[in-house]
Design a protein around this ligand. Sequence first.
Ligand code: HEM
Length: 290
Amino acid sequence: MGLLDVDRSDRADTAGGRGRSGAERSAPPEDSRYLTYAGYLHLDELLSLQQRRAGEHDEMLFIIIHQVYELWFKELLHELDYVEQLLGRDDLPTALHTMRRILTVLKVMVAQIDILETMTPREFLTFRNRLQAASGLESFQFRELEFALGIKRPGILERYPEGSEPRARLAQRLQRPTLWDAFLEHVDRSGFLVPRSALERDVTRPVEASGDVQDVLVHVYAESPTLAQLCERLVDLDEGLQEWRYRHVKMVERTIGAKQGTGGTEGAGYLRTTLSHPVFPDLWEIRTRL
Ligand code: HEM
């Protein structure tokens, strides 16, 4: 359905089912009774949010790309929460469909790094000092994503002031089971006996490799092609996130070399330590046994 269709159904609702004259239908968009494209999307607000602190040309791209990433993070969280719910009610077909959407978004997120790489080191330097200590390191949605996938690090909360919204959101996510937990419960309900220690693990801790879970997963691959498909989509997700980290660190290396990050870390050196850590280690460990 296009936005204009939304527009019409909304008008019909507000008209209480009554028919409308041609004059009413062509009323100007600023009339608050009429939904418009700009109104529905809050374009006024959205397009006023790209404020360059240094007024430099390349700063526009830098702001927009970060804002777009934050929107994609929001969409990923929205869809991951949905997959968890779907697995909770054992709706595997819709969970697989939703995973496809998540993976497509992730591919776009990885590809978008190309756009940022059109910015040269000297172009970045025209406004870098105006960023002060601001850094992607502080992205609370990125940390929420990590938590939702099972990369739980309670210490991250300390980065956000007590009583702040990001800290409250992260504290709540920390207590919640992860996508991996929802997956294991679904596998268990599907007739594969997942060890209790894995089902009852402390969900505030990071997901860790388990030989017993790996044995179960080997059976899943041998006996259930549809569940095995879900496993493969989780591997795609894991690999996609690792790809994003790799592309991000390469972009950082070519843009700032070995300089420190604005967030106070060593920069590319720190980012390299985050590479090649799988989110779902068991799904990687079993590959040689499949
Ligand atoms: C010119 C562009 C960019 C540069 C030079 C850059 C640089 C850095 C550096 C040096 C760090 C390490 C932390 C620090 O000390 O600041 C970092 C972390 C991070 N950046 Fe970027 N970044 C860029 C673009 C982006 C974009 C577009 C995003 C998308 C949201 C992003 C998201 C992140 C995230 C999430 C982290 C934390 C990673 C982790 O702790 O695992 N960065 N960035």
